[in-house]
Design a protein around this ligand. Structure first.
Ligand code: BTN
Length: 326
C-alpha cells in the first residue's frame, strides 16, 4: 500500500511498548538494553526518534528512563502497543488523501482482508452521506475507513452502521463522561450539535465477494472557528463539549476494541442500546427522503435500521435513508 506510515510495527515499537507498560516509572538503561537486545547507541537513536515524534521522555543519570508525556500526533506503533497481542487487523496511516473511503475501496476491490483500516491526518475531499462534504482539518479529528467482510449477508450490512454508531457513542462517553445521543440513522450528537458521522458503503471485489466500508469522522479537538462558517452552530467537538483533549490514538484504541466486541454481540442488543440513546424516537420529526419530505412521529427502529414513521394522516412509512431536520 502506498502509505508513508508502514502497516507493520516499526523498530521503535518494542521501546514504546516497554515505556507504556509503566508510564510514570523509571526503567533502567540496563533493563531496556537487555529487553531490546540492542547496543547503547541504538537505544539512544530510538529515544531520539520518539522525541522527534513528540513523546516527552525523561532520562535520569541514575534512575533511568521514563515517559513524561505522550505525543499529540498519531503514531500507529503506540496504538499497536495498546491493543491485545492477538490483534490481527491491518492499520494504515496516511498524511493526506482525498477520502479514506476511496483509498479503502481500491484496496478492497483487489481483495484486501476484513479489518483493513486506514486513517488520514486530513482529507482533501472527505465526504458524508447524501453527497455532503466532511470537513477534515488536519489532525483535529479522526478520519478513518474500515474494510469489513462480515459473516452476514449484504442486505444486512446496514447493521454495521448501527453497531458503529453505538460503538462511537460508547467510546466517546467513556473518554469524556459526556451524555451523548444518536440522531437517526447514525449521527452522534450533543444537544443539536453533531460530533461524529458514519458512512457505510458496500461493493463487490474482483473475485465477486462483497465487502463493506465503514467511514467514521469524529470531531475531537476542533474549536468552533475550525469548522466552516455555515457549520459553526451545527457542529461541535469533544474538546468544545468536555474541555478535554482526546488524542486520536486514545480514541482509536478504545473504538477498535469496542467495535470488535460489539460486532460479535447479538445484534438485538445493539438495537436496544441504539434505541436507548436515539433522540428521535417518540418525537415529531421532518425527514427529507429521496421521495420528498415526510413529517410525522418517529415510532420505532426495525432490525435492519429502517425508521418507522407515522405521518400526520396516520400512515406508517418505513424509511431506510434520509436526513432528519432538527
Ligand atoms: C455523515 O455524517 O454524513 C458521514 C460522515 C463520514 C465522514 C468520514 S471521515 C472518514 C471517511 N472518509 C470520508 O470521506 N468520509 C468518512
Amino acid at each position: 500500500m502506498n502509505s508513508p506510515f508502514p502497516s507493520h510495527a516499526a523498530k521503535e515499537a518494542p521501546l514504546l511498548r516497554l515505556l507504556f507498560q509503566t508510564p510514570s516509572d523509571f526503567l533502567s538503561r540496563t533493563y531496556l538494553l537487555q529487553k531490546l537486545s540492542c547496543p547503547e547507541s541504538t537505544l539512544s537513536a530510538l529515544l531520539q526518534t520518539l522525541t522527534t515524534w513528540g513523546y516527552s521522555i525523561e532520562t535520569h543519570p541514575t534512575h533511568g528512563i521514563r515517559l513524561l508525556q505522550r505525543s499529540f500526533s498519531l503514531h500507529l506503533d503506540e496504538v499497536r502497543t495498546q491493543l491485545p497481542l492477538d490483534f490481527t487487523w491491518s492499520l494504515f496511516h496516511l498524511n493526506e488523501t482525498q477520502s479514506t473511503m476511496d483509498f479503502i475501496k481500491r484496496e478492497g476491490l483487489q481483495g484486501a482482508p476484513h479489518g483493513t483500516l486506514v486513517i488520514a491526518n486530513t482529507q482533501t475531499a472527505g465526504r458524508g452521506r447524501h453527497g455532503r462534504i466532511w470537513s477534515s482539518r488536519p489532525e483535529l479529528g479522526l478520519y478513518l475507513s474500515l474494510l469489513l467482510r462480515p459473516d452476514f449477508p449484504v442486505d444486512s450490512y446496514s447493521r454495521l452502521t448501527i453497531i458503529a454508531a453505538v460503538s462511537t457513542l460508547q467510546t466517546a462517553e467513556r473518554l469524556t463522561h459526556l451524555d451523548l445521543q444518536i440522531k437517526w440513522p447514525n449521527d452522534l450528537m450533543i444537544e443539536k450539535r453533531k460530533l461524529a458521522g458514519i458512512l457505510t458503503e458496500s461493493h463487490l471485489d474482483q473475485f465477486q465477494n462483497p465487502f463493506a466500508i465503514l467511514g467514521l469522522g469524529i470531531n475531537l479537538t476542533h474549536q468552533s472557528t475550525d469548522f466552516p462558517e455555515e457549520l459553526q452552530t451545527k457542529a461541535s467537538s469533544l474538546l468544545i463539549e468536555s474541555n478535554q483533549i482526546i488524542r486520536r490514538a486514545d480514541f482509536l484504541v478504545d473504538w477498535i476494541q469496542t467495535f470488535q466486541k460489539n460486532l460479535s454481540r447479538p445484534f438485538n442488543e445493539m438495537i436496544e442500546l441504539w434505541k436507548l440513546k436515539c433522540l428521535n424516537l417518540g418525537q415529531s420529526i421532518l425527514v427529507n427522503t429521496a421521495q420528498g419530505p415526510i413529517q410525522g412521529t418517529a415510532l420505532d427502529l426495525e432490525s435492519n435500521g429502517t425508521l418507522l414513521l407515522r405521518d400526520d394522516h396516520g400512515k406508517i412509512h418505513s424509511i431506510l435513508s434520509g436526513i432528519v431536520d432538527l
